[in-house]
Design a protein around this ligand. Structure first.
Ligand SMILES: Cc1cc2nc3c(=O)[nH]c(=O)nc-3n(C[C@H](O)[C@H](O)[C@H](O)COP(=O)(O)OP(=O)(O)OC[C@H]3O[C@@H](n4cnc5c(N)ncnc54)[C@H](O)[C@@H]3O)c2cc1C
Length: 534
């Protein structure tokens, strides 16, 4: 729908949901028939990580499996800081949410007896991943929910508008400031609302190498933090070890199944470098392989996935998607090694929420990847993120349904933004490069300090609100990574390579706290500055 036909004159809304991925669409459907406005930066079905999910949704629905076993697996990979009650709640509600998705028209694969077919994934102790036509889960789920949303008269959809600021008064949300996604210089539009749900996805696109869409630039997290919301665990970012480096942004994935089939990781000299890093070599846990690949590239030796011997002529038939990505770049993976690098893939941290999805600001809820529920701790168990998105979207809808929400009497004033304009491609490129090199797979105090200083400066001097919001989220990640002087889960510090039992707790912070640390680092000698978590 072209933007100019939206009725943006109806500016006072009961409930506003920002985000058209799984969390946003599911929450809107669950709230029906209550009137909801759903805003998405991209047309529905595009610009959302949800649509790209290949594995599926973890749900202990098979005979012999249990919610307790699912929760135990989630806790085991989470680096000792998973909120156990939340993990168990997710696992227990999985079956009911899968039933909801079936009702909304998602065609999950079934076995010969008509039961849900379940697949196995790394670190799950049972077969429990429900999927659609093999690796098409995300696409099929988003297609079904988009159709259901479009058929629901109580949901007003506004596409190609970006939320760029949350408006608040006395710690309570009063509305949102939006702008046409295609025109950074357009006049902002204000929507007044006392109930806003942020479901804006992750932060992968803050990194130069990522599997996430461009819309996953951490804007939702930034606008919540700028409005004063508490932020949890921002330092925990999961990297996929083998994104294909063929000049595409976002980078396509070389699935882990390739290594399962015997493909090896080699450097420019044809040497297998994972053998000396871990007894399981290429089949070591995801974060260890990601670090091995990162270190090899950082040392200037390059990293390649070599499937010539393991797959050869069978490559095209066994891995058609990866084969097509390589071929489009003029590379034949049956005969040539594939250049790879670790890519930012999933954010465990986000806006801190309680078990109902409530943030620390009155009238603000957050669900899906933008939130941090505590379910993933320092590392996410595969296929738990789609599950978290639906479980919390349903809880948020239930919480809002039980709320009397008073309609705002008038439009809140617009935030004063001194300048605005299109984001400078060079400024964005620099920020993303700095995130990858300084706040990436292997971190250390010196480079994190440098990153903190740079992001604080970009945030202060940004010519436009879009770049400023990106810098805000980058700053929160960098400051928390600098403060956590240990290695835990996906957060690895080469200067503090061990886990410290005393630090086995989540990070709870705010933008004000991050600014304070950034200021200290900007004016003091590095060794005098104190981390916010001791
Ligand atoms: C390649 C890939 C494969 C994956 N595979 C799996 C898997 O198999 N299983 C699994 O559980 N997880 C998987 N994940 C992770 C999972 O897809 C995500 O964590 C999950 O889909 C997040 O859902 P969401 O609704 O929170 O965000 P998204 O689906 O990313 O949706 C966010 C929405 O918010 C919009 N938006 C963003 N900012 C703004 C703004 N400022 N204003 C307005 N709108 C905005 C976006 O356009 C989008 O519509 C995968 C991720 C990737 C990238």
């Amino acid at each position: 729908m072209p933007n100019n036909v939206y009725d943006l004159t109806r500016k006072t809304d009961d409930v506003v949901i920002v985000g058209g991925g799984l969390a946003g669409l599911f929450c809107a459907l669950k709230l029906a028939p209550r009137p909801v406005t759903l805003i998405s930066a991209a047309p529905l079905g595009e610009g959302a990580s949800s649509a790209w999910a290949q594995g599926g949704i973890a749900a202990a629905v098979a005979e012999g499996d249990s919610a307790e076993a699912h929760a135990a697996d989630t806790i085991a990979v989470g680096g000792g800081i998973v909120d156990e009650e939340i993990a168990l709640g997710l696992a227990r509600e999985a079956g009911a949410r899968i039933d909801d998705l079936l009702r909304y028209g998602v065609p999950f694969d079934r076995d010969l007896e008509g039961k849900l077919a379940v697949g196995r994934e790394a670190a799950h102790s049972a077969r429990r991943i429900v999927h659609v036509r093999g690796d098409m889960a995300g696409k099929a789920i988003i297609a079904a929910l988009t159709e259901a949303v479009r058929k629901t008269p109580s949901i007003r959809v506004i596409e190609a508008f970006v939320a760029e600021a949350l408006l608040t008064e006395d710690g309570a949300v009063t509305g949102l400031q939006l702008r046409n996604a295609k025109d950074a210089t357009a006049r902002p539009v204000i929507i007044a609302s006392r109930a806003v749900v942020l479901a804006t996805g992750g932060i992968g696109h803050l990194y130069a190498v990522t599997t996430n869409p461009q819309e996953a630039s951490g804007l939702g997290l930034a606008i919540a933090a700028r409005a004063g919301a508490m932020i949890a665990d921002p330092e925990f970012v999961q990297f996929h070890p083998t994104a294909i480096m063929v000049g595409r942004d976002p980078a396509p994935l070389a699935t882990e199944a390739l290594r399962g089939e015997g493909a090896t990781l080699i450097n420019n000299f044809g040497e297998r470098f994972m053998q000396k890093a871990h007894p399981l070599a290429e089949l070591a846990p995801r974060d260890i392989v990601a670090r091995g690949v990162f270190a090899e590239i950082a040392a200037g030796r390059g990293a390649f996935l070599d499937a010539r011997e393991a797959l050869g002529a069978r490559f095209a038939e066994k891995f058609p998607t990866v084969y097509a990505s390589c071929l489009a770049a003029g590379l034949d993976p049956a005969r040539q090694p594939i250049p790879v690098a670790p890519a930012a893939h999933y954010h465990m941290g986000g806006i801190a929420v309680d078990a109902r999805g409530r943030t620390s600001l009155q009238g603000l809820w957050a669900g899906g990847e933008v939130s941090s529920t505590g379910a993933h701790g320092a590392n996410r168990l595969a296929s738990n993120s789609l599950l978290e998105a639906v479980v919390f979207a349903a809880r948020i809808a239930e919480d809002i349904a039980g709320h009397e929400i008073e309609a705002p009497a008038s439009l809140p004033p617009m935030l004063v933004v001194p300048r605005n304009g299109p984001i400078s491609p060079l400024a964005e490129k620099n920020l993303r490069a700095l995130m990858s090199s300084h706040v990436g797979v292997i971190r250390d105090g010196d480079r994190l300090e440098e990153a903190v200083r740079s992001f604080a400066e970009i945030e202060r001097d940004a010519g436009g609100i879009a770049l400023r919001n990106m810098a805000t989220t980058a700053l929160l990640v960098a400051v928390s990574a600098w403060s956590r002087r240990e290695s835990r889960g996906a957060h690895y510090r080469s200067d503090y390579p061990a886990e410290k039992p005393l630090l086995a707790h989540r990070t709870m912070t705010s933008l004000a706290a991050a600014h304070e640390i950034a200021e200290t680092l900007e004016i003091r000698e590095p060794q005098n500055a104190q981390p916010m978590i001791a």
